[in-house]
Design a protein around this ligand. Sequence first.
Ligand SMILES: NC(=O)c1ccc[n+]([C@@H]2O[C@H](COP(=O)([O-])OP(=O)(O)OC[C@H]3O[C@@H](n4cnc5c(N)ncnc54)[C@H](O)[C@@H]3O)[C@@H](O)[C@H]2O)c1
Ligand SMILES: [Zn+2]
Length: 818
Amino acid sequence: MTPEQAKARIEELTRQINYHNHLYYQEDRTEISDFEFDKLLEELIRLEKEFPQFLEPDSPSQRVGGTITKEFETALHEYRMLSLGNTYSEEELNAFDERVAKGLGHRNYEYFCELKFDGVAISLVYENGKLVRAVTRGDGTRGDVVTENVKTIKNIPLHVKGNDIPAKFEVRGEIFLPKKEFEKINAEREANREPLLANPRNAASGTLKMQDSAIVAKRRLNCYFYQLLGEDIGVNKHDEAIHLIEKWGFNVSPTYTKCKNMEEVFRYITLWKEKRFELPLDTDGVVLKINDYDQREELGFTAKIPRWAIAFKYQTESAASELLSITYQVGRTGAITPVANLAPVLLAGTTVKRASLHNANEIERLGLYEGDTVMVEKGGEIIPKITGVVLEKRKPGSKPIAYIDHCPECETPLIRKEGEAKHFCPNAKGCPPQILGRIEHFVHKRAMDIDSLGTERIKTLIDQKYISNFADLYELESKADQLLGLEMSQDQYQKSDDGYLFISLPKAFFALTEGLSLTSIQKFCERYAEQPLREVLDNFEMFIRTSNKKVAQNIGTIRKLEEILFTSHLPQMEDYLPVPVVLNVLIGNWISLEDLIKASLHENTVHGIMIKLNLPISSEQEERIKKMKANTFQEGVITNMLEGIRASKAQPFERVLFALGIRNIGENTAQILARHFKNIDNLKEANTEELLAINGVGETLVESIHAYFKDPENLQIIERLKAHGLKFEVEATEKALESEVLKGLKILASGKLNHFKRDEIIDFIEANGGQYLKAVSKSLDFIIEGEDMGPSKKEKAEKLGIKMISEEEFLQLVGKKS
Ligand SMILES: NC(=O)c1ccc[n+]([C@@H]2O[C@H](COP(=O)([O-])OP(=O)(O)OC[C@H]3O[C@@H](n4cnc5c(N)ncnc54)[C@H](O)[C@@H]3O)[C@@H](O)[C@H]2O)c1
Ligand SMILES: [Zn+2]
């Protein structure tokens, strides 16, 4: 490489790395994998070493990747917060160890090994045992002060108690969003039609930077600590420091270990390679640190990283597999997500059979053809993804994947909005998964609270066309007798992209054989879950032989199934069989496979297909078909369901208003609007000015309220719900006030109070006629200032000139104290 070429490449790499750093740290998103990113950085470092004349002082190789934001106060770190060197290769790890040995001049040292947690670095400063400041890493020298947000994390000690607590110390750790929480939040966001969070790390980082710590508190962040700093902390080894902070009540992941040599280090690395997926958070490698602080000092730092530590990163595993078919899932918001069905392949300790394809762009980007061999990767994400196509293995004559243009659930032509990656089904009111989303919201605990209507039951009622809107629920009572025996269609079915119904292997095997129990078949299927379908079928023959029940007959049936299955041109799906093929084996004498395939198109259940066909089958055949069906609605279930629906009529207006699912009306807004307008008609008639005058109501909300009431269908449903006795006005007796001393006053409490718990103060204020506001705004009459009121809140309040009173003064005001 000539110096000119090197210069140009260094500039290009610098530009790219800065761009990805910006995305990663400021916008909490990524366009390339960490591995790709690390490769870019590695190349830059290599070139800068070779051509030191082009090394700029502000090169990304010399700086920590993050920066501070504009939204928070900043603070200087007493000890700089650095990056870690990293490597993906064992060879380089050994080279690191050699450098350490050379630097110290002997091999008399130990490594402390920890997992590398994939979250957001945080520094907590304690003075006299009290948490005084929480600061992000920022640019390494200066970070954002996010104390208020960090205080909402339950297991971070606000006070550290004990005899040997240094007057001042700092602990560092990694804030993360547990994987379970992440999934829960995304499920909720999906139900509320909000954009999904990309991954737990970005979610944690985004949450930490929020302005409203009340929302942060709801996110249930967690933190693992791995460092103690300070002048007089009285320890000289890292393991001692870790035990100390454990003792002081900091959350330390119990995954650490001490290693005497590289052999032990590699054992640790191997141990956690797959076990780490069982941890509550994402991890992307292992960190080795020299245990002894004097030795650390001897080794020192570079501009960006310590020389006494390194991260070994696990390279994401990938494997090749065959693309069997693509299923298009319709989300509760109508968003379409293509999912690849793959021949099973072992990856990072689990068998992978499906991979997310995200959207049409992704399929296009990959250039997928039918039946392609693809590379699958399992990274930090929960769902594996396809990273590329093995072109040499493309089947001759195969065609590019054609994206669907109609909704697989309701046949409506799909739309794609400007600038959006996903296709949507616009049939919000008639598309089953979208109806499901709305009704799930309607029956939610905090809305109409009908817990006897679980997802499975709602889905069944939608599939069988008993309900398509809220009002239909209240008319089920008159149809109770028809509900008896209805098939619950949740688990055992799947649909292919072109709308064919598939049934799970256990159910199919159960119907196809005689004398075998469903439980034993399910156990068999679990045992062979990792094998491709053909092998599962072969093994099932063995299973029939060993269980010794009607062997000849059962094996004959399975052979017949194989013959039809592998000669039919239906798509294939692991773990499932096409329903028309199974039916063909069971009742082939009555009807041809072609006719069965035709009849099963766009049907949701075996029950539905059989009704459509209306064949004169024998009762024996009927019995066997019945074995494929799901659980059915029994009398007890129906009674219980209808009881729950009836009871929901007592829900107060604010809950009903929330349940309607008007865009942007959350629980709190519903409460505010209900109290303000008293009934639905007042709300319907309210004009823009009237609405905007209400605290907490903005333009978007006004728009969605108006759009909602403009739709005649919505009005009709409200009329029907009214006729069924749902509450569309505030009950006069709804809140008997204890007093009116706070009448007309808008109040906020901040910091820790002694006489009230968090929610108690809100109830107390409201019970005495006042209104509780959740944020500092100029419409407040006063703020009750508790202990440790957040400095940013306080500053804002002072700026706005809002009166602040102590808890004592407040108690006097309401006459609780003289
Ligand atoms: N994909 C992208 O576009 C992109 C962009 C920028 C950065 N990245 C990735 O993010 C990382 C950036 O590096 P960085 O400087 O934030 O972190 P780093 O990889 O240099 O490691 C330092 C950080 O590791 C964390 N850490 C986790 N567990 C730890 C433990 N047990 N002990 C000590 N520290 C621990 C700390 O937060 C610390 O700040 C790299 O892994 C890089 O691949 C990716
Ligand atoms: Zn649809």
